[in-house]
Design a binder for this molecule. Structure first.
Ligand SMILES: Cc1cc2nc3c(=O)[nH]c(=O)nc-3n(C[C@H](O)[C@H](O)[C@H](O)COP(=O)(O)OP(=O)(O)OC[C@H]3O[C@@H](n4cnc5c(N)ncnc54)[C@H](O)[C@@H]3O)c2cc1C
Ligand SMILES: *[C@@H]1O[C@H](CO)[C@@H](O)[C@H](O)[C@H]1NC(C)=O
Ligand SMILES: *[C@@H]1O[C@H](CO)[C@@H](O)[C@H](O)[C@H]1NC(C)=O
Ligand SMILES: *[C@@H]1O[C@H](CO)[C@@H](O)[C@H](O)[C@H]1NC(C)=O
Ligand SMILES: *[C@@H]1O[C@H](CO)[C@@H](O)[C@H](O)[C@H]1NC(C)=O
Ligand SMILES: *[C@@H]1O[C@H](CO)[C@@H](O)[C@H](O)[C@H]1NC(C)=O
Length: 492
């Protein structure tokens, strides 16, 4: 299936040569400087790289693909792209579900496939990793040092998009955002310089990159504070149609103030699946406890139909999430946030499920997944303690539920209907939440839908002006606003 799809795209791309003159010039100049690193639609590497996305609906046809080998390559490419006024996109590992975020129609697609470096300091406390890696690569490598990094919960997610948007991990209650553990970024700027950003050098950029996304430059290396790990408790738990309410009730109890959410070592990756065609629900949760005594998760382990949770290594636990993250379909994430409480969990379940049953039953192959993610106030406190970031959530405002409404579907002719339904149901939810005082403005960039505006929600509204000023300082010509238009942009 996947193979046929790729062939189809190659045929399409070959039949309709890119028309944008600037793009073609950009490709030509890049190709003459970097021989064998620029790929056109007639090559298998082009076919491979332009289809390496998690969701089918974000796949586009760039004029060419550029696969740089190091930061210097990117620095000189930026100057070529600027002088030829060529639009471009950058792909980490292609997991963002927003069309054009990490892909581009015509223009140059820069892929970070070759950036797979992993080194560790002699005392094992700092790991330097490349932006082309997947999190599972890093976890499996670093396990030998009995260390862990604050990365994604799903194995194949890309290191770089995740860290630039903040990063929700199983370790957030203890260490904050994934970005909170970044101690240095190597960045290629819009004027083709390679600079470092850390708490002493370019410290304003250092702060901005923690949640600021693709607005400031191309990150070519992340230096991460590592954390100790030994055996942890974790694994998949599932509930079928007849037991699913036990999962939702357990999650509701977990989300209440004083519930499991207030134990920084406990974490859940909950997915309540809704099948509108059969009007049924089921649940698949990854449960995690960063220690042995996981009593805080007993409401889950006592009721699950299938329980694979056990004492194991962090890397082994994350490897178990690979199946849950297989791509190959049309999919979109949508984000909304709420104050954490039992009522919040029930309200999300009830509102979205009923609406999906009544409005989506006749669309082909639709599955909704409610990822009702608890983000504890200890998380926001840990992020501030680690030095702060652009997202800057206030722990005194309490814990949050950050909902990722994941919709998967089959048919391209349903794209618009799905987008409209998702927008409407999120609006309905937020209206209900406002009525009962449970609404939060926060939009998590990595779970946000096309057109969403996460930056105005950062720091209770205070971060955006600062981000804009930093952006003007490091990218005065707006290379990452207009020449690289994809993803969530600060605007002006
Ligand atoms: C199956 C699945 C599971 C997920 N699980 C989690 C999770 O557990 N926690 C969580 O927080 N999020 C999760 N996400 C969301 C994920 O964090 C985002 O999709 C993230 O953007 C993925 O990073 P990437 O490198 O794969 O993305 P890409 O799609 O490659 O890039 C995302 C954006 O970042 C930009 N970008 C990428 N690399 C660079 C760079 N080096 N320099 C500058 N800009 C760059 C791109 O241009 C693009 O705009 C998940 C997504 C999926 C599909
Ligand atoms: C295609 O992509 C896969 C997976 O990323 C990789 O292993 C393979 O070498 C690539 N092939 C080409 C021709 O680029
Ligand atoms: C389990 O759920 C009940 C409510 O159903 C709640 O009172 C209790 O605190 C929960 N236990 C834990 C350990 O969270
Ligand atoms: C659902 O799981 C329960 C036990 O966890 C089991 O008894 C029941 O048969 C299952 N139902 C279906 C429809 O599979
Ligand atoms: C979840 O929502 C569905 C649909 O409204 C409802 O039937 C079910 O009882 C809800 N579950 C819980 C635990 O509230
Ligand atoms: C997609 O939907 C269109 C219009 O509703 C329909 O004609 C077409 O057969 C569907 N495609 C597939 C692959 O089912």
């Amino acid at each position: 299936m996947r193979f046929l799809w790729q062939l189809f795209l190659v045929a399409l791309a070959t039949a309709s040569p890119a028309t944008e003159r600037g793009s073609i010039n950009g490709c030509k100049t890049l190709a003459s400087k970097f021989q064998g690193r620029v790929y056109y639609p007639d090559s298998t590497t082009y076919a491979n790289e332009t289809t390496a996305y998690w969701a089918e609906n974000v796949i586009l046809q760039p004029s060419c693909v550029f696969s740089p080998q190091n930061a210097k390559d990117i620095a000189s490419a930026i100057l070529i792209l600027k002088s030829s006024k060529t639009k471009f996109a950058v792909r980490g590992n292609g997991h963002m579900t927003v069309k054009g975020a990490a892909s581009i129609e015509n223009g140059v697609l820069i892929v970070l496939t070759k950036f797979r470096q992993m080194t560790i300091s002699s005392d094992s406390t700092v790991a330097s990793i490349g932006p082309g890696l997947r999190w599972i690569d890093v976890y499996e490598w670093i396990q030998q040092y009995n260390r862990v990094v604050v990365g994604a919960r799903y194995a194949p997610v890309g290191v770089s998009g995740f860290l630039l948007g903040g990063g929700i991990s199983f370790l957030g209650g203890q260490y904050g955002w994934g970005a909170s553990s970044v101690i240095n970024y190597e960045v290629v700027t819009g004027d083709g310089k390679i600079i470092q950003a850390n708490k002493n050098t370019n410290s304003d950029l250092f702060w901005a990159l923690k949640g600021g996304g693709s607005n400031f430059g191309i990150v070519t290396r992340f230096d991460l504070q590592t954390h100790p790990t030994s055996q942890i408790y974790g694994g998949l738990m599932t509930w079928n149609q007849s037991t699913v309410n036990s999962a939702i009730n357990a999650l509701a109890a977990f989300a209440a103030p004083g519930g499991g959410i207030d134990n920084p070592k406990a974490a859940l990756l909950p997915n309540v699946a809704i099948d509108p065609a059969t009007k049924s629900q089921s649940a698949a949760f990854f449960a995690f406890y960063n220690d042995a005594d996981a009593r805080v998760l007993s409401n889950f382990s006592d009721t699950a139909s299938l329980n694979l949770a056990k004492m194991t290594t962090y890397a082994d636990f994350i490897a178990g999430t690979a199946a849950g993250a297989a791509g190959n379909f049309r999919a979109a994430f949508h984000c909304g946030s709420f104050k954490a409480s039992s009522q919040t969990v029930k309200m999300i379940n009830d509102t979205v499920t009923r609406d999906a049953y009544s409005k989506l039953a006749n669309l082909e192959g639709v599955t909704i997944s409610l990822s009702i993610q608890p983000l504890a106030k200890s998380w926001f406190a840990a992020s501030r303690k680690a030095g702060g970031d652009a997202i800057d959530m206030d722990p005194s405002a309490g814990s949050l539920i950050v909902l990722n409404l994941v919709v998967q579907w089959k048919n391209a002719s349903d794209d618009k209907k799905i987008a409209t339904w998702s927008k409407d149901v999120l609006a309905k939810l937020s209206k209900e939440a406002k009525k009962v005082g449970l609404h939060s403005d926060f939009l998590y960039l990595n779970d946000a839908q096309e057109g969403a505006k996460p930056f105005p929600t950062y720091g209770g509204g205070k971060s955006r002006a600062k981000l804009l000023a930093i952006r003007k300082k490091y990218d005065a010509n707006g290379v990452f606003q207009s020449l690289m238009p994809g993803g969530f942009k600060l605007g002006s």
